[in-house]
Design a protein around this ligand. Sequence first.
Ligand code: NAP
Length: 324
Amino acid sequence: MRAICLSKYGSIDNLVQTELPTPQPKNRQVLVRVHASALGPADLKVALGKVKFLHGRRFPMVLGYDFSGVVESVGPGETQWQPGDCVFGFLPYGPANNQGAFAEFIVAQADQIARKPDNVSHAQAAAAATSALTALQCIRDQGGLPATDARVLITGASGAVGSTAVLVAKRLGAQVTALGSPSGLELARRFGADAVIDRKNPNLVDNAVGTFNVIFDPAAAYRWSQWKGKLKHGGAFITTLPSAAFFADKLNSLFSPSSVALAYVKSKQKDLELLAGWLESGFEVAVDSTYPVRELAKAYARYQKGDYLGRIVITVDGGFSTSK
Ligand SMILES: NC(=O)c1ccc[n+]([C@@H]2O[C@H](COP(=O)([O-])OP(=O)(O)OC[C@H]3O[C@@H](n4cnc5c(N)ncnc54)[C@H](OP(=O)(O)O)[C@@H]3O)[C@@H](O)[C@H]2O)c1
């Protein structure tokens, strides 16, 4: 199969289309022909060798976590899926995973994917997978929202997780305040945010009106210690990145009425199914731009430029170079 590979850490300007063995599905696995993937921060951090623990270290390395595609074949004992089914999800973030969706095929665990609704594009399903499940699991599971009058503040409004988190929090019935740069705030308004705060505002915290059940920080730029006065009793500040500041805050919050938590996204089938239902009924995440997989280096350059809005989608099926 064809894949776009890194030859060593840091070689993102020199990604090479390579012929690799097609993986074979084992017990309770399916082989998926990838139609679309997405490029996110993990793809950059791993490629640059800055965060190696999110991926296996085998070279040539194929990245790309999010995927949407069509089941090509199933492993022994698999009964839930059949060839031809359209499915989506994301590969595990961790050192045991040596696959990537910037390739023609991946194998996925049968119980870690969901059916892609017919009225949803592969691009949209791939763009939504990690970002929506991160937001869902952070806000709903780590945060825990009351049945009524839930209030959530979300940072990184122009990012993939932050922008999608606005949609997720609205689906969970919360009132949402979004914090970010102006283009992200415009998007957040479109996605239903009730209030917005420009992150350049010098009195950021004072400008957040009222108190919140959850402050979700996918920008990974803020601290519980800074925001604790804006958390309700029992409220939670939730981040997606480990840092020294997080561990210091964790310690300092031990006897506080609010908490601080770090969450890692998991590809839970039930959550993907919930997302599939939302997508089917019009939940649509922001897609900044789309590149064929043969132009992955250009997609990386776009991401590194930094003014993106939402997720960068990679078209995989039909996206490889045909010349040798
Ligand atoms: N733990 C997990 O399981 C998990 C899962 C997914 C992602 N993540 C992590 O979560 C983070 C967000 O992911 P993502 O896909 O949304 O990334 P992203 O698309 O790159 O978005 C990050 C956003 O943060 C804001 N930002 C960047 N630098 C900032 C700064 N210095 N100060 C304030 N805001 C800043 C920007 O939005 P504005 O300009 O609008 O503020 C930016 O768009 C990444 O670090 C990623 O690695 C973790």
